[in-house]
Design a protein around this ligand. Structure first.
Ligand code: NAP
Length: 307
């Protein structure tokens, strides 16, 4: 299938282009970006133009930041294209619901991707937790924003999510591996005085069996990132590290080569399957927790942040 990639920036270059090039399902037929291009691929700057001029391209993958994404998605859906959305699927829950309704009306597939759910060890963590009684779970997600989002001011602008941009990856794993739904009860959000989104956050959640569930996010962690979920159950302990790439159960790790390389190839395989069967996948539960954190969060002023 021919596909167009929209928003040729960091994630498009790092992950989407290699995944598409290696896939038997997809032919990267065009890009849409005001500045970015991919060598050897026809480049457009205007989404209206490509939707008009390239009826052969039936699928559009949007790699833009969340705030501008809705307008692009809406136009593509109204033009009868199937749409794949980078995470988070939108800047608000309401616009995601609107897109889902529009996709159903226009009989096209819509996929809210969560790349961290596709990490190697997430299915094994989910299977292990399925029959356990949870006592405690702690998400510890710390990285250096200067390394992972160099100069990307949109992450600190309203709608950019701030530290919840990586934090929502942890929430996408949490909502995948827990056998029961949870909801946020408290949050403390640390906003740099000169920015519109938080740079650190601590959240607690209600678990139906009373388990102690906490999440700590920090965007000023120097050196290697920590992307860890630790769970203590009545049947043992589980540590899911490296963003879902490594799993340790009761101190024993089961893989010599843990990794995240399969995430984007799996997302595109899933999109191919959705288009073929005419399906839509719009699980918004990770974004709902982030919205709750912004609704409930106590605002704490942190020092200015500059790149
Ligand atoms: P980015 O490089 O800052 O932006 C991607 C591209 O979007 C830009 O190169 C730009 O292309 C276009 N763009 C930016 N602002 C726009 C606007 N207001 N209107 C229209 N186009 C605009 O961002 P990114 O890091 O790739 O992240 C994009 C999405 O992927 C985010 O939702 C992020 O959460 C997700 N993601 C990022 C990473 C990561 O490691 N960075 C990892 C996983 C997922 P033009 O200027 O050429 O139009």
């Amino acid at each position: 299938m021919q596909i167009a990639l929209v928003g040729i920036g960091k994630i498009a270059v790092d992950q989407h282009v290699p995944a598409l090039n290696d896939s038997p399902d997809w032919d990267l037929a065009a890009t849409v970006s005001r500045h970015g291009t991919v060598e050897g691929v026809p480049a457009y700057q205007d989404v209206d133009q490509i939707l008009e001029e390239r009826p052969d391209i039936r699928v559009v993958s949007l790699c833009l930041p969340p705030v501008p994404r809705f307008d692009y998605a809406r136009k593509a859906i109204l033009a009868g294209r199937h749409v794949m959305l980078e995470k988070p699927p939108g800047a608000t829950l309401s616009e995601c619901h609107a897109l889902e309704a529009l996709a159903r009306e226009n009989r096209v597939s819509l996929y809210a991707t969560w790349h961290s759910r596709q990490a190697d060890k997430v299915p094994a963590a989910k299977a292990w937790l399925a029959d356990k009684t949870l006592k405690r779970l702690h998400i510890n997600w710390r990285e250096d924003v200067r390394k992972w989002h160099p100069g990307q001011d949109w992450v600190f602008e309203a709608g950019g999510l701030g530290v919840f941009d990586p934090g929502i990856n942890a929430l996408s794993i949490l909502t995948e591996i827990l056998p029961v739904p949870v909801h946020l009860t408290n949050a403390e959000l640390h906003f740099p005085a000169n920015r519109e989104t938080p740079i650190a956050a601590s959240c607690t959640f209600h678990h139906p069996d009373g388990a102690d569930l906490r999440m700590d996010l920090d965007w000023l962690e120097p050196g290697d990132a920590t992307w860890t979920i630790e769970a203590e159950t009545e049947g043992g302990t589980m540590v899911l590290e490296n963003g879902g790439g490594k799993l340790t159960i009761d101190g024993a790790s089961d893989d010599a080569q843990p990794g995240l390389a399969g995430e984007y190839p799996r997302l595109y395989a899933q999109m191919a399957e959705l288009v073929q069967r005419g399906g839509t996948d719009m699980d918004l539960s990770p974004l709902r927790h982030v919205a709750d954190a912004f609704l409930m969060g106590k605002r704490i002023t942190a020092p200015d942040f500059d790149w």
